[in-house]
Design a protein around this ligand. Structure first.
Ligand code: KPL
Length: 312
């Protein structure tokens, strides 16, 4: 998603895009080859400055955090030297709890959070298949609307569709609910998103997970607005029918998944509100036990590859 958005933002001549990658070898490869973006129509190579050294880069107007949720803290710590007085820090990551992590390192007034409905499949280092370009919805968790306007203007100048919200938690919960219902089921069954609608028992389970997350949101006092959860999940399955969810891609690549920040976060929030989320608990255990986790280079020195849970 970082490569995809880097490539999309590079379209605007006035935007100078840089990618900061924690892996020096991959950064060098992307710097050399550019970002290769395949789509149904064409394959484009987009030259983008890519480095593993934050010292190489000037303080940006907008720093977008696109790591997996479990690497958000390492990513923001690594990016700290880059953050200037005019830098807005935006998370468009999946999962709950990301902007709260950023707020521990960056003044809360400088932090933005949001969602994107774009999708991509990672084919190799700096090489992606674009699965569709959707809308970005972003906002300031502490109501800094000037900052949200400034960030939105950057996306607009690259002709990307962007909406500003005054209630960022609502949209993060909408996305989390959709991820809770789709991602683990696709990861465990190795099915594409659209197949969840075609296989009756999976469709039924998806509806039950959706209802469970909706109930937890209500118990936690989250304002979900005018939201029909089952319909929303089904619409995403249809719109992204041919996609492999990010969690399925993670499982297939033997990577750590974001399950703790998706269904795991919901199970924890349920417990905090004296209720239960048995399906989310079960899916968290199943997906968590599904892969042997490699140690993350971002968490060098912290020992094993066991995921550190940084939840809300
Ligand atoms: O966000 C996604 C993901 O794969 O993480 C969905 C919406 C499920 C699209 O695949």
């Amino acid at each position: 998603m970082g490569c995809l958005h880097g490539a999309l933002l590079s379209r605007a001549a006035e935007i100078d895009v840089c990618l900061l990658d924690h892996r020096p070898q991959r950064a060098a490869q992307i710097q050399h080859q550019g970002v290769i973006v395949e789509s149904a129509q064409s394959t484009d190579t987009v030259p983008i400055h890519c480095t593993a050294d934050p010292g190489d880069l000037p303080a940006p107007d907008l720093l977008i955090v696109f790591t997996k949720a479990y690497d958000a803290e390492a990513a923001i710590r690594r990016s700290e030297p880059l953050i200037g007085s005019h830098t807005a820090v935006l998370t468009l990551q999946n999962g709950l709890g990301n902007y709260q992590i950023l707020q521990e390192y960056v003044a809360p007034e400088e932090v933005l959070a949001g969602t994107t409905s774009s999708g991509a499949t990672l084919l190799g280092p700096g090489h992606i298949r674009q699965a569709g370009v959707g809308e970005i919805v972003l906002g300031s968790p502490v109501g800094n609307s000037d900052l949200a306007d400034r960030a939105a203007a950057i996306f607009e100048s690259a002709r990307l569709s962007v909406e500003i919200t005054d209630n960022v938690d609502t949209i993060l919960w909408h996305k989390a609910l959709i991820n809770c219902a789709i991602n683990p089921l696709t990861a465990l069954t190795q099915r594409r998103n659209g197949e969840l609608l075609e296989i009756a028992p999976l469709h039924e389970l998806m509806i039950r997970v959706t209802q469970e997350v909706y109930t937890v949101a209500k118990a936690a006092g989250i304002d979900l607005g005018d939201f029909a959860p089952v319909k929303a999940v089904e619409q995403v399955c249809t719109a992204t029918a041919a996609n492999q969810s990010s969690m399925l891609q993670d499982v297939q690549a033997g990577r750590c998944t974001e399950i703790d920040y998706i269904n795991g976060a919901i199970a924890q929030i349920a417990r905090e509100h004296h209720t239960t989320a048995p399906l989310c608990e079960c899916l968290t255990a199943l997906v968590g036990g599904h892969v042997t986790l490699p140690p993350s280079p971002l968490r060098h020195g912290e020992g094993s590859g066991v995921r550190k849970s940084r939840r809300m």
